[in-house]
Ligand binder design. Structure first.
Ligand SMILES: Cc1cc2nc3c(=O)[nH]c(=O)nc-3n(C[C@H](O)[C@H](O)[C@H](O)COP(=O)(O)O)c2cc1C
Length: 185
C-alpha cells in the first residue's frame, strides 16, 4: 500500500488512548459512510477498542449489518471537516464525495480507510452485548495503518461542548513508568 504503512495491531491502543475525535468509516457493500465519534477508548492491550455508536446514526445500522468498521484518526487540519461529517447523515448525502475524502482499500474489512487521516484502524465487532443498553461496541482491531512520516501527536480532542483542543507540550515520563516498562518504549 502506497498511502499508509502497516502499524502493529497490538499498539493500536496508543492511537486512541489520548482521546482523539475520530471518523468511523462503514460500508454495507452498496454504500460507504462516515461519522464523527468522540466517545472512544482502548479496552485491552491486544487490540480491543470501544466506541459509542448510537441508533441516531445511520452508521449504526451499517455497523450492525456488516459488523466491521474503520476508525480513522484525523489530524488537526481535518478538524472542521470532522465536525461537519458529524452534522449530516449518510442517508442524505455521500459524505465521501461531499467532503472530498479519499477511499483507500483496507485488507481485512470492506469499509474504506480514510486517505486523509493520520492513522486508520480496521476493526471487526468483538462483542455487542453492551450495545442495547449503552450503544457501546467492543471492537477488535484486525489491521492498522499510519501515514509514513505522519506526526502521531496531531490528533485533536473534543472538549464536549463544541470546543476542541490540540496537543500542547509532550512530557516524557517514561523513566517513571517503572511498573509499566513494556508500555513505555
Ligand atoms: C464532535 C462530534 C462528536 C461526536 N461523537 C459521537 C459519538 O461518540 N457517538 C455517536 O454515536 N455520535 C457522535 N457524534 C454524532 C454523529 O457523528 C452524527 O450523528 C452523524 O451525523 C452520524 O452520521 P451518520 O448518520 O451518517 O451515521 C458526534 C458528532 C460530533 C460533531
Amino acid at each position: 500500500m502506497d498511502t499508509f504503512e502497516s502499524y502493529p495491531v497490538r499498539d493500536t491502543y496508543r492511537l486512541i488512548e489520548p482521546g482523539p475525535t475520530v471518523l468511523i468509516s462503514t460500508s454495507d457493500g452498496d454504500r460507504d459512510n462516515l461519522m464523527t465519534n468522540a466517545f472512544n477508548m482502548p479496552v485491552r492491550h491486544d487490540g480491543i477498542l470501544a466506541v459509542v455508536v448510537g441508533t441516531w446514526d445511520a452508521s449504526f445500522a451499517t455497523l450492525q449489518k456488516s459488523r466491521q468498521c474503520v476508525i480513522g484518526v484525523p489530524g488537526a487540519e481535518l478538524m472542521q471537516t470532522t465536525v461537519e461529517v458529524g452534522n449530516c447523515s449518510g442517508d442524505d448525502l455521500d459524505k465521501w464525495e461531499h467532503f472530498g475524502l479519499t477511499r483507500v482499500p483496507g485488507i481485512s474489512v470492506a469499509a474504506p480507510l480514510i486517505g486523509e487521516c493520520v492513522a486508520n484502524i480496521e476493526c471487526k465487532v468483538e462483542d455487542d452485548s453492551l450495545v442495547e443498553d449503552y450503544s457501546l461496541w467492543l471492537l477488535r482491531a484486525t489491521a492498522a495503518w499510519i501515514r509514513p512520516g505522519a506526526e502521531l501527536t496531531s490528533e485533536f480532542h473534543h472538549r464536549g461542548n463544541g470546543t476542541f483542543s490540540t496537543n500542547g507540550e509532550l512530557h516524557d515520563l517514561r523513566e517513571h513508568m517503572t511498573k509499566w516498562k513494556y508500555f513505555s518504549n
